[in-house]
Design a protein around this ligand. Sequence first.
Ligand SMILES: [Zn+2]
Ligand SMILES: [Zn+2]
Length: 258
Amino acid sequence: MEQKHSFIGELAGNPVGRFVIVIVVLGFLASVLNVLFRSRKIQPNGFRWKAIRNEICFIAIGTAFNGFLLGGLTNLLNRYHLIKFNTAPAAWYVVLGEYALAFALFDTWFYWWHRLMHVEPVYTLVHKIHHFSISPNVLTTLSVNPLESLINGGFTPLFTAVFTLHQQSMPFIYTTTILMGLYVHSGYEFLPRWWNKSWLTKWFITATFHDQHHKYFRWNFGGYTTVWDRICGTMRPKYEADFDLTKAQGSRVVAPAN
Ligand SMILES: [Zn+2]
Ligand SMILES: [Zn+2]
């Protein structure tokens, strides 16, 4: 048992090992989704081997360079003791408040950087790699230019340098980032039909929302919520109607191009 741990630890300690772990985990996840949830596929005919092959290459490049950029930023902030955590126990409502603050600020950070990333030459230099898949899959989550990883991933080290959060809040913040990234790129819609009809839930994005960003390119820039897209008029007008169609008719629906 202990040997297994040290083997995984050793593997995670170098870029090639990290790449192998990422590909095995994401490949396994993609297979499970394909076997168990085929009827929930958002773009049933969207599979392209070429896109998968390129994404695997981009992930390999990313795992080699992310350590320099994102790791470099975190090390720099740590060197000047700027990243600080409050290790004292916190009440649940304090953790909830800190989580809500991180959630809202990351959503804002992501939306506006994402809008900028769609303007040339920033698009070609930073964001183009991520848009290689028109029909995203779990691999697309990590198929990003290292500069884009620095921008998106840089939020948390900067946020924790500005605000001293309780250590207890951090697992919730990290877990949300990882799960949202995987869910919105999964290519499958798991949320219920009433999601966009409820006043409470329609403000939060779905996999269909981000899937349409990859398919139609010029709409739906939000990372966690639809708020900024609604305010700025960048939410795809047919998003909610297509979400209903997909949920109603399952895998037979192919949304019209717009
Ligand atoms: Zn984009
Ligand atoms: Zn994406």
